[in-house]
Design a binder for this molecule. Structure first.
Ligand code: FUL
Length: 451
């Protein structure tokens, strides 16, 4: 049974808009660093079980300025520190547990690594955020209502004592606590605290204002939609009515490739704006393991292109070593990455060129023709939708005019969104044509850049 008109449905879907916080993250802070640091750094584990002795946590040469400098060298704009991972150990001076810096030999139990990291970010012009694992394998309250109070108390400490927080990372993992019980998380209560104390922060979660991209390999699913069913991302406000068609959503998890496609969203009871974050570690593990090597420059660069250059943000983890510094191999790789990103994207060849919008095949299928001032070797075409008004384009083609004056097909792609970087075979050309082949409403292209 058709409940609302299809064209009306498409128009509404095309007008689902970001919040100012989501817009700011996409446009101003799309590339940031994760820092995974906990007793795991000393035990070699990825998931501690909460029985670790806090005395093992002793970063004798901790240098958060070194972290910040390395992060900046890659061109990143922020840092997200694991204030508490699943093992429950707190990297700050919390009032609510002894399983914390209080019992670490570092600075005789007076250390506060959240403070040191936040201050270093300030000194180096980086934004600061934190990860606070809801799953806590140490806290004896875990699995009871009191645990939610405990968690909210910790959240309040972090939200109120460390200056401006740009991003709060809620891990979706929900295992058993020390007493074998699982916890029902009070996400509404957690979100209320963030809205109260840090209204500008975005919230990462499977269901968050920034949602998970669905894998840790930097791959976007088939198309990268920020407009998804509220059934998936309940932390966002519904902006449309639905469903278009009675039925059940087939794809309701971030790893499903079609969550944003019409064939799925038509069954939704309402759509939300929730852009994706790609999270990935510079090495195989989230925590430091000396035998691991950083990923290749090529892999990291490609992940940048398929995240920041694909309507998503990129959260790249760098794990400190037991002494509290980043490994020189990671520092070097970050520098190389920053250099490569600025080499590839610093000169917009379309600067000063002529841009003509042609009617193409109709209002939702226009063509954009760019004539450069002279012939250039083109490696990338970058497009951006005026995302603050919504996401519309479903598919497009790119052509370069060849030496015979013919439009030669260079690339075919799906969504655009906040920013899309299309990699092409390096080609000499002066004229570029972008043909929008499908759009949910009249496309509103904010910019086109050529590199
Ligand atoms: C996952 C965690 O279980 C991993 O340890 C890591 O923190 C990653 C970013 O999120 O859910």
């Amino acid at each position: 049974m058709v409940i609302i008109e299809f064209t009306e449905f498409l128009k509404n879907a095309a007008h689902v808009k970001p919040t100012p916080q989501q817009l700011a993250l996409l446009r101003e802070t799309p590339f940031y660093a994760f820092v995974h640091f906990s007793p795991n750094t000393y035990t070699g584990l990825e998931w501690g079980d909460g029985t670790e002795d806090p005395a093992i946590f002793n970063p004798t040469e901790l240098d958060c300025d070194q972290w910040a400098q390395a992060i900046k060298s890659a061109g990143m704009q922020g840092m997200v520190l694991t204030a508490k991972h699943h093992d429950g150990f707190c990297l700050w001076q919390t009032e609510y547990t002894e399983h914390s810096m209080k019992n670490s030999p570092y600075k005789d139990g007076k250390g506060d690594i959240v403070r040191e990291a936040a201050d270093a970010c300030k000194r180096h012009g980086l934004k600061f955020g934190f990860y606070l694992s809801p799953w806590d394998r140490n806290c004896p309250l875990y699995g009871t209502d009191e645990y939610n109070t405990y968690y909210k108390n910790q959240l309040t400490e972090l939200l109120t004592n460390y200056g401006e927080i740009f991003h709060v990372w809620f891990d979706g993992a929900c295992g058993e606590g020390p007493n074998g019980k699982k916890q029902v998380y009070d996400f509404d209560g957690y979100i209320e605290l963030i809205k109260k104390h840090q209204p500008n922060a975005t919230i990462f979660n499977d269901a968050g204002t920034i949602r998970w991209i669905g894998n840790e390999a930097g791959k976007a699913p088939y198309a990268q939609w920020a407009v998804v069913p509220q059934e998936l991302c309940f932390m966002n406000e519904k902006q449309t009515e639905g469903p278009l068609v009675e039925g059940s959503l087939d794809f309701v998890y971030n790893s499903d490739i079609n969550i944003g496609s019409i064939s799925n969203i038509m069954y939704s009871k309402g759509l939300v704006f929730a852009p994706a974050e790609t999270d990935m570690s510079i090495r195989p593990g989230w925590f430091y393991h000396p035998e691991e090597e950083p990923h290749s420059l090529e892999r990291l660069f490609n992940t940048y292109v398929t995240s920041v250059g694909n309507n998503a943000t990129f959260n790249l983890n760098i794990p400190p070593m037991p002494n509290g510094k980043f490994d020189p191999r990671d520092v070097e790789r970050l520098k190389e990455l920053g250099e490569l990103i600025s080499k590839e994207f610093s000169t917009n060849l379309a600067e000063g060129s002529t841009v003509t919008i042609l009617p193409g095949y109709g209002p939702t299928q226009p063509e954009i023709q760019v004539t450069l001032k002279k012939k250039q070797t083109i490696k990338y075409v970058e497009l951006a939708e005026n995302i603050k008004e919504g996401q519309r384009v479903e598919a497009f083609d790119v052509f370069f005019k060849d030496s015979h004056g013919q439009w030669a097909h260079a690339a075919r792609d799906t969504t655009i969104g906040s920013r899309k970087i299309v990699k092409t075979d390096p080609t000499e050309a002066q004229e570029i044509l972008v043909r929008i082949t499908s759009s949910r409403y009249v496309p509103d292209i904010e910019w086109i850049k050529i590199y």
